[in-house]
Write a new protein. Sequence first.
Length: 115
Amino acid sequence: VQLQASGGGLVQAGGSLRLSCAASGRTAIIYKMAWFRQTPGKDREFVTEITWRGGVTDYADSVKGRFTISRDNAKNTMYLQMHFLRAEDTGVYYCAAGPRQYDFWGQGTLVTVSS
């Protein structure tokens, strides 16, 4: 499975951004997909995940009510809609996928939120 993340950029605090993650290859083995991020000075952290078939979601407390994960099965693409962005959301966002654990990772896309 190959993952290609896109959509990062520079946005002002309070603004919005949408990330995309396109999956290719053996996508039939994917059970769930997720977004992680690595912010300056911190380890990579979980942001949100979604089950590929059922669409069941989970979010980190820090993004609940601001971020929404979704997927388009026909396009093999996952999205992360981010609203009310804060400076602390700045970081490299990675998409991940797997049948059980997150075995496959995209290259990351940089989100910079200016205050």
